[in-house]
Ligand binder design. Structure first.
Ligand code: GBH
Length: 473
């Protein structure tokens, strides 16, 4: 790579967050409960029984968040809207809450006044509880029109100023963690000791995913037909997906690696960008995988203007697992020679491995041929949550993670020719890490949860300097 390689001047970079993970103020200004309020309030569902009641108090402290982003030189901020602040009961015939609209409208104005481009996620997992109670939320096809209506309310209220939209964040996590493993809201699975109210891990995740894809596509259709001509923005979905490499060169592990990628990524990306579910998933699931009608397929195929990519790690894949949501494969970070793939994070599922980040960018660019927006990427330093502040802010493992991945991103652009338009670090702040509570910290900013004091970590300074040096003027 030439030392002069730079990202284009309009490259968007900044940080990502999500409403329930940062906002707090869960009863303010007419907000109604989401499935995450309900799930987190049940005993044993989150670490230390904690929830998003306070989080980083970003609903109240929104001006501080904007000032922080500005101090970091961020060009853009990715955040999500809370459905139950905007339409408390959620449905298409339910009232819109003007106070919720006003909050986000003021926030968007504040970002723009600070020169920061808003990138807005419409749904990041906090479904209005009422829709779950009414018809089972994502399990029922009524969600499609209710979601599309909610999205239209957002386009109408904010689309004059918001030109970058994401429909749903990581539909895989909603389907698998919420309706198969039961470790995320609404906590459904086949195990009645964990989910007494019902659930079927063998069928529900595939139905939920199908409805998510249709809801996303319906929202995009409305945007393109009714709003895009005047508002001229872009809209897409963002998918989680970690790079997979065969554990060794055996044919069965090479095949398993593609099965793992199909289930992690192709499950959603193939219908949306290519127009069909992966053949490996049809073979695995048979009639349990829902089918699209021709009309639905026409709606779904091509329903994203770009590839939204959330990624964290790389896995080594072995054939022979028992979990269908991993394509009946197993994964490990331990190579055949016993060494570890990368530096271990606080979460068991995350190790740093920059070559995998570059390989994934290339795989997605070649397979789907869409501009890529990296919408999340980040690292939780091991044991950071129990370190004193002075040590926690010297987050060397996180600096190394970002350095490796940003160099990989630049190489993917400058040497491999991938079309990459954004990079968002997860996250601006330490925040509510879902079932893992507050001990796992992903922020480039340390949050003292007793005082809500924000303290920049070394990684925030590193990223600011890196983009200053690597984005064309
Ligand atoms: C993102 O998900 C989320 O968008 C964000 O809200 C979250 O805070 C952030 O990552 C950090 O976790 O061991 O089988 O349970 C990341 C994608 C996919 C990573 C599921 C964890 C757990 C797999 N996640 N994975 S499992």
């Amino acid at each position: 790579m030439s030392a002069m390689s730079k990202l284009p001047a309009d490259f968007l970079w900044g940080y990502a967050t999500a409403s329930y993970q940062i906002e707090g103020s869960t009863t303010a200004d007419g907000r109604a409960p989401s499935i995450w309020d309900t799930f987190a309030s049940k005993p044993g569902k989150t670490l230390d029984g904690l929830d998003g009641t306070h989080a980083t108090e970003s609903y109240a402290k929104w001006q501080d968040d904007i000032a922080l982003l500005k101090s970091y030189g961020a060009k853009s901020y990715r955040f999500s809207l809370s459905w139950s602040r905007i339409i408390p009961k959620g449905g298409k015939d339910d009232p819109v809450n003007d106070a919720g609209i006003k909050h986000y409208s003021d926030f968007i104005d504040g970002l723009l006044a600070a020169g920061i481009t808003p990138f807005v996620t419409i749904y990041h997992w906090d479904l209005p509880q009422e829709l779950h109670d009414r018809y089972g939320g994502w399990l029922d096809r009524r969600i499609i029109d209710d979601f599309a209506n909610y999205a239209a309310v957002c386009f109408r209220a904010f689309g004059d100023r918001v030109k970058h939209w994401l429909t749903i964040n990581e539909p895989w996590c909603v389907a698998v963690l919420g309706y198969c493993v039961g470790i995320h809201a609404p906590g459904r699975c086949s195990d009645r000791t964990k989910s007494p109210e019902g659930g079927d891990s063998a069928t529900e995740p595939w139905i939920v995913a199908h409805n998510e894809i249709l809801a996303h596509a319906q929202a995009v259709k409305i945007y393109r037909e009714q709003f895009k001509p005047a508002q001229k923005g872009q809209i897409g979905i963002t998918l989680n997906g970690d790079w997979c490499m065969p554990w060794d060169n055996s044919p069965e592990n090479i095949k398993a690696t593609q099965d793992a990628l199909d289930t992690a990524i192709g499950w959603f990306a193939d219908p949306i960008y290519l127009g069909y579910y992966p053949a490996s998933m049809k073979a695995m699931l048979g009639a349990r995988l829902p089918e699209f009608t021709p009309a639905e397929l026409a709606l779904v195929h091509g329903s994203s203007d770009f590839y939204g990519m959330n990624t964290y790690t790389t896995k080594l894949i072995k054939a022979g697992g028992t979990l269908e949501h991993h394509g009946l494969t197993d994964s490990t970070f331990t190579r055949p020679d016993g060494t570890q793939l990368g530096v271990q994070a606080h979460c068991s599922w995350l190790q740093a491995y920059a070559p995998g980040f570059r390989a994934l960018l290339n795989y997605l660019w070649k397979k789907y041929n869409m501009p890529i927006y990296v919408t999340e990427n980040g690292f939780a330093v091991k044991d950071e949550g129990t370190k004193p502040l002075s040590e926690a802010v010297e987050d060397t493992d996180r600096v190394n993670y970002y350095q490796g991945n940003l160099e990989a991103l630049l190489a993917a652009v400058a040497e491999d020719g991938c079309d990459i338009r954004s990079y968002y670090g997860w996250s601006l702040l330490d925040n509510f890490e879902w079932g893992d509570g507050y001990v796992t910290r992903f922020g480039v900013t340390y949050v003292n949860y007793d005082t809500q004091e924000r303290v920049p970590k070394a990684s925030a300074r590193f990223i600011a300097t890196w983009f200053k040096e690597h984005v064309a003027a």
